[in-house]
Design a protein. Structure first.
Ligand SMILES: [Zn+2]
Ligand SMILES: [Zn+2]
Length: 708
């Protein structure tokens, strides 16, 4: 027994007391029969007697709402939850203890701020899915003796585990149900998940003994004294945790897919099998998720992009370099026009800068030191030996535009917008449709302003983002404010005063706009705080879109100045903002959100005219001409097909309006209107139809704040 803690009785230390940590402990009472104290995780014994409860250390637990409760030292988050309500105890999955996520069963030894995490909390879900990764690994170990494990993290949706099943063994899709069945058995066994600290030496010995060389490699990089393992049943994993108390928390499991993954992402190392899975606390949630996956497959922007002829990739042009086809270009141009219009209203000025820049530009900006090695390599001029880089971002160019004239405080804020195409190297394995590309166009702008103007500018950018989300039907979005780590101020550039002002400006701007934003301390870039927007699409998936970022670094590096009212030189503040992020990414999100059924004002082809027979092809062409006068994008389907077939084919192309024309329509200058979704609106005068359509488009193209 260790005298590792001091027990206090009546405010006086009791030196001959022993503190017994966690576990069952027997104390004999006066009648000499043992009493079992199993609920107590830490308690004190003096002269073989349990010391009066009052004599334990009590600790103060502060909850997120600011309330404080006292608990015995060594209390666990699960016990805290139980003390509040049985229901909470059933729902809680992990706990945030002083900002760190902990197991529910880990004793809390000191005063702490505790947030009980549930399924709805990202960290709660994370612990749940991470425990599920262990569960899958345990099942695999039983099914594939000799299997070796790499890493098995939780991801945004579920988890994966990288495994090496051994020479000649493959895990196929047909094996997934067997793995799931084994996982369910281990769930039924309700195995405890137990955390244990272990010395580096012992950890190496333990995992070498099992020939787990991937784990041994990981252990060798860890610092002694920080290493923990988690054990459930016969499975022990090297792991930082946190985890669920036992396997029975997991109710529904699905092994989703497998893929090849190089150990540590290095193609010179062995290729492992990455098994993806997902789990839920309710069967119903799993069913909903699987349904959503089916729907997501149908909405995959790569598939719809091909069907609607929006964009393409050519291996000859190069991977990750999208080719915008005429219809996709139509769509993109509409979006750009829409943004340009809003920007004009908010007093932005358009600029255009080249696709490359001198290497020195990026040395000055700091990008070269940070990203140079992992980016496209410099382009050399044949004669002068100059070095140019493909533009990875527009900001340095815009700083140089700022510097072309001496600026006064009267010129600020200066808002510079550019649909700037940038190039960033991505590994070929990372490329994905329009969402991960090597060349893309940002809907970029930089606002140069005085520190006093930051809040006002933030309010305006938030307005712009609101208008855009509303117009494009992204009603469901979240925002996150990323601030400095208050305990680590040295790592940030810029004066304390400016930081405080900017952080306050962001928080206040969000409050004034009624935007409930999550505040994350320590998530700010070293050069300034930021506000990020995530939208939820029609399937409930989250996409990171717009960012507003304050920057003190580039104005410093480029020595930007303005003359203040005091006639002195001052540094402006720079704000980067891109509501869409990039046109490519945004179009991908829009395709998946709408399943390719774009709103009328964005649809590349807004109407298709379907003559019932060849005889009316000429009239159909006249209709197109008339619609064009109203700036409506229309075309004729004059294939020699039955009209029913033409309707079906064009419906598949998600055309908003099909206009059927025959004898009656030709005689009366009319069209027979069939709206997307199969609603027949009957015969309408052509001119009336065109005017109405133009009005609808016009309204959408000119959204105002009042509409939101
Ligand atoms: Zn783990
Ligand atoms: Zn920028």
């Amino acid at each position: 027994m260790k005298f590792d803690r001091m027990v206090v009785k009546n405010n006086k230390p009791v030196f001959d007391a022993v503190v017994v940590p966690i576990g069952l402990f027997f104390v004999k009472n006066s009648s000499n029969s043992p009493i079992i104290y199993h609920k107590i995780t830490t308690f004190a014994v003096q002269n073989k007697k349990l010391i009066n409860k009052d004599s334990y250390y009590m600790i103060r637990i502060t909850f997120p709402d600011g309330s404080v409760r006292e608990y015995e030292k060594g209390v666990t988050a699960l016990e805290i939850a139980q003390s509040i309500s049985q229901r909470l105890a059933q729902e809680v999955l992990a706990a945030s203890v002083n900002g760190e996520t902990w197991d529910l069963t880990r004793p809390i030894e000191e005063d702490a701020t505790v947030n009980l995490l549930k399924w709805e909390d990202d960290e709660g879900k994370h612990a749940y899915w991470h425990s599920s990764a262990h569960l899958m690994a345990e099942a695999l170990q039983k099914l594939y003796p000799g299997i070796k494990f790499g890493i098995g993290p939780a991801i945004e949706n579920g988890f994966y585990y990288d495994v090496d099943p051994g020479e000649g063994v493959t895990i196929k899709e047909t094996d997934f149900p067997v793995i799931e069945k084994k996982m369910m058995e281990l769930i039924a066994a309700r195995e405890e998940i137990v955390r244990q600290s272990i010395s580096k030496k012992d950890a190496v010995a333990m995992f070498s003994g099992r020939d787990e060389h991937y784990k041994v490699e990981l252990i060798n990089e860890l610092e002694d004294g920080t290493i923990t393992t988690y054990t459930q049943g016969e499975f022990t994993d090297l792991c930082r945790g946190p985890h669920l108390p036992n396997t029975s928390y997991i109710k529904a499991v699905k092994v989703l897919s497998s893929a090849g993954a190089y150990w540590r992402g290095d193609e010179k190392r062995p290729q492992l099998t990455r098994l993806y899975g997902i789990t839920f606390p309710k069967k119903k949630l799993l069913d909903e998720y699987l349904l959503m996956l089916e729907e997501a497959k149908k909405r995959d922007h790569r598939k719809i992009g091909k069907e609607l002829q929006l964009f393409a990739f050519s291996p000859t042009v190069g991977a990750g370099l999208p080719l915008w086809l005429p219809k996709g270009t139509q769509l993109r141009m509409r979006l750009e026009d829409f943004l340009k219009k809003i920007q004009r209203e908010f007093d932005y000025e358009q600029v255009i800068t080249p696709h490359i820049g001198h290497k020195q530009l990026y040395v000055t900006s700091g990008h070269y030191a940070k990203y140079g090695k992992d980016s496209f390599q410099p382009i050399h001029t044949p004669e002068e030996g100059e070095e140019f880089l493909l533009k990875p971002m527009n900001c340095p160019h815009h700083c140089e535009i700022y510097k072309t004239f001496p600026r006064s405080y009267k010129d600020l804020p200066l808002r510079m917008a550019e649909f700037g195409t940038v190039y960033r190297y991505e590994q070929s394995g990372e490329l994905h449709g329009l969402t991960r590309v090597r060349g893309f166009t940002q809907d970029d702008a930089h606002i140069f302003c005085t520190p006093d103007q930051v809040k006002d500018e933030f309010l305006k950018v938030v307005d712009i983002i609101f208008i855009i989300f509303k117009a494009l039907d992204f009603e469901n979005f979240e925002a996150q404010i990323s601030l400095r780590d208050p305990n680590n101020r040295e790592k940030y550039i810029g004066s304390d005063d400016n930081w405080e002002r900017a952080e306050r400006a962001i928080v206040e701007a969000c409050e004034e706009k009624g935007l409930k934003a999550r505040v994350e301390l320590g998530e700010a870039a070293f050069y300034g705080p930021k506000l990020d927007f995530m939208v939820k699409d029609a399937l409930g998936r989250r996409w990171q879109l717009g960012t507003i970022q304050v920057d003190y670094n580039l104005p410093e590096r480029f020595e930007l100045e303005y003359t203040g009212a005091d006639n002195q030189k001052h540094r402006p503040v720079m704000i980067h903002r891109a509501p869409f992020g990039s046109m490519e990414r945004f179009v991908a999100v829009l395709i998946e959100h709408t399943a390719g059924k774009f709103p009328l004002w964005l649809a590349p082809t807004q109407a298709v005219i379907l003559p019932v027979s060849e005889k009316y092809n000429d009239y159909a062409k006249r209709v197109v001409k008339e619609l064009k006068r109203f700036d409506i994008r229309a075309e004729v389907d004059d294939r020699n097909e039955k009209v029913g077939r033409k309707i079906r084919d064009n419906e598949l192309k998600r055309i908003p309006y099909l206009l059927i024309v025959g004898e009656k329509e030709a005689e009366n200058e009319a069209v027979s209107v069939r709206k997307q979704g199969g609603v027949d609106q009957g015969s309408v005068n052509l001119r009336t139809f065109a005017e109405e359509m133009a009005r609808e488009v016009e309204k959408m193209m000119n959204p105002t704040l009042e509409q939101i």
